[in-house]
Design a protein around this ligand. Structure first.
Ligand SMILES: Cc1ncc(C[n+]2csc(CCOP(=O)(O)OP(=O)(O)O)c2C)c(N)n1
Ligand SMILES: [Mg+2]
Length: 282
């Protein structure tokens, strides 16, 4: 099934509303990064990934590793909309015995590829999956999402070297370049720029996109599928807290639950969102 930009936009709004309600209910969570990556995750699950929510262990499915596990409310909400589990499960996030742990735990939710939360390890894991796929002559693609803050972890750069050295062309990394991390703005804490040049120098293909433009997300992922020489990194520029004015670009909302009044205000703003994306694929 093909989705129009308007449909993807509507799904994204619903997902953003769910994220606010989930974090409100849990009393804990990471709204900024979660809201910022909604458009990328919706595009992956609705347009890009070869997968089947009814057969989550299908051998030939594309793999999606979420390295920055703290933005799991966004992934969970998209998975629920896509039919991986019942929507009402979302509001049990972080509760004892819930399939949706506060950080993604594969023991509780089998349709995840990995357990994540310790930053910096997702790319190494995804490299292993992609390398194994090549050895087994499997055609699926491994996608991995990581944050900009994770680039402070040495482990991440070891994996960047490994993927470059082994020309892992079946691997696509999407970086949430939202410019914030736990203690402030990335360029104040530990500057990452010139990030594209760094990846290039490690032997990667690089694509720079607006992470809220469905058209750009789709064409970057499609282009990555057609690159056979080396791994691809898509630097997705996103707005942390996207859709909620008082959360946008504000590191204070990295890990903070809204109270009742803030949540109501946030949902009202999300409802009126629109016009920030360009048309996709007619
Ligand atoms: C190895 C490790 N160290 C520290 C943390 C605590 N931590 C959780 S999120 C975070 C900030 C990372 O920056 P980023 O992912 O860019 O934040 P966001 O953009 O989502 O607000 C930190 C330090 C962690 N989860 N894992
Ligand atoms: Mg960040």
């Amino acid at each position: 099934m093909k989705y129009t930009t308007e449909e993807l936009q509507e799904i994204s709004k619903e997902v953003r509303k769910d994220i606010i309600e989930m974090i409100l209910k849990a009393g804990y969570g990471h709204p900024a990064g979660s809201l910022g990556m909604v458009d990328v995750l919706v595009t992956l699950y609705y347009v890009i990934l070869l997968h089947d929510p009814k057969k989550p262990d299908w051998e030939d499915r594309d793999r999606l590793v979420l390295s920055n596990g703290h933005i799991c409310p966004a992934r969970y909400a998209v998975m629920a909309h896509r039919g991986y589990f019942e929507h009402k499960e979302l509001f049990k996030i972080g509760k004892f015995g819930s399939i949706l742990q506060g950080h993604p735990d594969k023991r509780f939710l089998k349709s995840l590829e990995t357990t994540s939360g310790p930053l910096g390890s997702g790319l190494s894991q995804a490299c292993g999956v992609a390398y194994g796929a090549r050895m087994d002559k499997k055609r699926f693609r491994t996608f991995v999402i990581c944050s900009d803050g994770e680039h402070n972890e040495g482990n991440h750069w070891e994996a960047v070297m490994f993927a470059g050295k082994n020309n892992l062309s079946n691997l696509t990394l999407i970086v949430d370049r939202n410019n914030i991390q736990i203690d402030g703005h990335t360029e104040d804490i530990m500057p990452l720029e010139p990030l594209l040049d760094k990846y290039k120098s490690f032997g990667w293909s690089v694509i720079d996109i607006d992470g809220h433009n469905f058209d750009e997300i789709v064409s970057a992922c499609s282009k990555a599928r057609s690159i056979f020489e080396n791994p691809t990194v898509i630097i997705a520029h996103t707005i942390p807290g996207m859709g909620v004015d008082f959360m946008e670009n504000n590191p204070n909302w990295h890990a903070k639950a809204p109270n009742d009044i803030e949540a109501k205000k946030a949902i009202m703003e999300i409802r009126t969102m629109g016009g920030k994306v360009t048309p996709y694929g007619e």
